[in-house]
Design a protein around this ligand. Structure first.
Ligand code: PSV
Ligand code: MN
Length: 395
């Protein structure tokens, strides 16, 4: 690592030979922002067991401390997503102040529409109007919290669906959903957004009310400009072409949020980039390509992972490193050559442009950027050596 400058110079000149402006790549790497989720710092598990970790955060302030530590070491995680009521407090102003004092701000506010026993048959789509009203009021409460915290995004994931054919009327549920969302939407502040997530199954196993990107897109289009689709990488059936969905939504200017994680089977919450790094690269490639083509996009990037087995903060830092590395590889794609090969119908060479960027050892560039940002060159190693977790005095 000490000698990274020699390899950096070699990498820089090979990229510049291809016409890639390395200074611009470095600037873009420094401005990448990834939110981390409060629930990723707390104990979690599967429906079979929760294996508790020593000094895992329990209180919201502890989650903020851990998120601030991740930001301190990576320099690119300046906000923390909150989940209500898991992160409830009776003094939101004080929590905002506390958070800012640690150099981190509250990010997306996530309502919880799945845990209350009343939501057994759904929340915003529930057959009983009283339960729908309760769910709407909960989201309105989250909007108020977001106002106090100066957060701009309400991130909505619905567990609504049915488990048995005939359990409820799918079209009626769609109408209830549209009505409930309209009520929520009209209570947003003008500078707020409603990010609507989709997921094809789980916890509902027969049908899910917002099952795919098309349904989320349709709902957002009906609601208006402040409603945007949120893509969570774990929420697609196996072999779905996620990069195409991303490209399509970007082109429609309807992609508003992104949840990073990786899956092997379903919504597995595995470390982003750990199972299929090439797919992850192709997704980032679409994000960069759209931006380079002048498509306007305000995308809230967040890691949405519960770290059940790995040490939580370490997995969070590992995830941030994977994201940064993959973004860097997408930024060094030789887009001029790619375009030329596409126009010349040279499929072999066009694909090679992508694989060349993907296979590049980008570490020296990341070291350079981290050094200039004043963060450790190797955040994960640094964190381990700091003994942060063992020094904490938590119950
Ligand atoms: C459940 O699938 C989920 O992971 C969704 O992706 C939400 O974003 C998150 O939980 C928090 O509610
Ligand atoms: Mn998610």
């Amino acid at each position: 690592m000490r000698d990274y400058k020699i390899s950096y110079n070699i990498l820089k000149s090979s990229l510049e030979e291809k016409g890639i402006e390395v200074n611009k790549v470095e600037k873009r790497l420094k401005t990448l922002k990834i939110e981390t989720p409060s629930w990723g710092y707390a104990d979690s598990g599967t429906r079979f067991a929760i294996f508790k970790q020593k000094n895992a955060a329990k209180k919201v302030k502890e989650k903020i401390q851990d998120a601030a530590e991740v930001h301190k070491l990576t320099g690119i995680c300046p906000s923390i997503a909150l989940h209500i009521p898991w992160d409830i407090t009776d003094d939101w102003d004080a929590l905002l102040e506390y958070s800012l004092s640690l150099g981190i701000r509250p990010g997306a506010v996530n309502p919880n529409l799945f845990q209350d026993p009343d939501y057994k048959l759904g929340s915003l789509c529930h057959p009983d109007e009283k339960v729908r009203k309760k769910a709407i009021n909960h989201v309105l409460e989250c909007i108020d919290i977001a106002k106090t915290l100066k957060s701009k995004d309400i991130s909505l994931w619905l567990a609504d669906g049915t488990n048995y054919p005939g359990q409820d009327d799918m079209r009626e549920r769609k109408h209830r959903l549209e009505e409930s969302l309209k009520e929520i939407y009209k209570n947003l502040e003008k500078d707020m957004r409603l990010l609507i997530e989709y997921k094809f199954f789980e916890p509902a196993f027969y049908h899910t009310d917002i099952a795919d990107w098309g349904m989320a897109y349709n709902l957002c289009t009906k609601l208006g400009d402040q409603a945007m689709v949120l893509v969570d990488l774990g929420h697609h059936p196996l072999s779905t072409n996620i990069e195409q969905i991303v490209a399509y939504l970007l082109d429609e200017e309807k992609l508003g949020g992104f949840h990073f994680n990786n899956k092997k089977y379903a919504d597995d919450d595995l470390t982003v980039g750990s199972i299929n790094p090439y797919e992850f690269f192709l997704i980032f490639n679409e994000l960069v390509s759209a931006k380079d083509n002048g498509i306007k996009a305000n995308i809230a990037y967040m890691i949405d992972q519960c770290h059940n087995l790995k040490p939580k903060i370490e997995e969070m830092i590992q995830s941030v490193e994977n994201i940064q590395k993959t973004y860097a590889k997408a930024l060094i794609v030789d887009r001029k050559s790619l375009r030329k090969f596409q126009q010349n119908e040279d499929i072999i060479m066009a694909e090679k442009v992508l694989t060349e960027a993907f296979e590049t050892d980008i570490k020296p560039l990341l070291f350079k950027v981290r050094e200039e940002m004043g963060v450790p060159l190797n955040p994960l190693e640094f964190f381990r050596e700091s003994g942060y977790i063992n020094k904490l005095k938590r119950e």
